[in-house]
Design a binder for this molecule. Structure first.
Ligand SMILES: Nc1ncnc2c1ncn2[C@@H]1O[C@H](COP(=O)(O)OP(=O)(O)O)[C@@H](O)[C@H]1O
Ligand SMILES: [Mg+2]
Length: 246
């Protein structure tokens, strides 16, 4: 049997939760409340892959690329070679185009979603990215208020990314930071993978925990794993416990 091709997150705890990494070409949601670390986690995955020779594209839809870059460098002071990787085009940060277009479009319904898709495709082709982050798709949801169009547009975006043969991480903002209050919105079911970042309030402090809710094509941990964000990247603490495929 041939070994399943995987894209490692490069974060030890997460890779062990994923039985070695995300199956290549999967489209995975990273969901959580504000400040949970969605942007930083998705960037870190691109960073480790770029260091391993896998080019990545970060499509920043919510903040300008230079703002994103400065936030990431501020948080990950230990990652000294970010600029170098960008210079070598192992990481491309872009997306100003689609985001400014979304934000300035007064009649969002008239804005063709196809334009966003072709913008994203152009960015991905620029460095032949194999790993893509879209941060975040929540903005697209705002733009496409009609549920039917949103779902259809998401499917269009995903089939396009599939055609480009990339492995994609899409961040999603959710309202409830606490796991007990969470209800999955229907579009979660169309993606191959869901990684949740929860912020649970326990007494007087916030506890951050990660969970792999689903990941098509691989066995994965079903346990909640506490994590912390440090200047050297995410630390995700796992118990050695892989789930059985039901
Ligand atoms: N310099 C830093 N040092 C430590 N933690 C940081 C630093 N910068 C940001 N963080 C942590 O990262 C969180 C923001 O991460 P981010 O990925 O932007 O969240 P999200 O995209 O989910 O809103 C902050 O709430 C904070 O906990
Ligand atoms: Mg963010």
């Amino acid at each position: 049997m041939s070994e399943l091709a995987r894209i490692k997150s490069g974060i030890e705890g997460l890779d062990s939760m994923l039985d070695g990494g995300v199956p290549e070409h999967n489209q995975t949601i990273i969901a959580g409340g504000p400040g949970a670390g969605k942007t930083l986690l998705s960037f870190e995955i691109l960073y480790h892959n770029a260091k391993a020779g896998i080019p990545g594209a970060f499509i920043a839809l919510e903040e300008k690329p230079e703002v994103l870059l400065s936030n990431v460098k501020q948080a990950f002071k230990g990652f000294k070679d970010i600029d170098d990787l960008i210079k070598k085009q192992m990481i491309i940060i872009d997306g100003e185009d689609p985001s400014s277009r979304i934000q300035t479009e007064s009649d969002s319904a008239s804005y063709s979603f196809g334009n966003i898709i072709s913008d994203i495709e152009a960015i991905v082709r620029r460095n032949n990215a194999r790993c893509v982050v879209i941060d975040s798709i929540s903005l697209l949801k705002l733009m496409l208020v009609d549920k039917y169009h949103y779902r259809r547009s998401m499917l269009m975006l995903m089939s396009n990314l599939r055609r480009l043969n990339v492995t994609t991480f899409l961040t999603v903002e959710i309202n409830f930071a606490d796991r007990d209050k969470l209800k999955y919105s229907p579009e979660f079911f169309i993606f191959d993978g869901i990684i949740m970042l929860y912020q649970m309030s326990r007494e007087d402090r916030r506890t951050l925990t990660a969970e792999v809710v689903k990941m098509r094509g691989t066995n994965h941990s079903w346990a909640l794993a506490p994590y912390e964000i440090t200047s050297g990247g995410f630390n995700i603490y796992t118990v050695d416990q892989m789930g059985e495929i039901p």
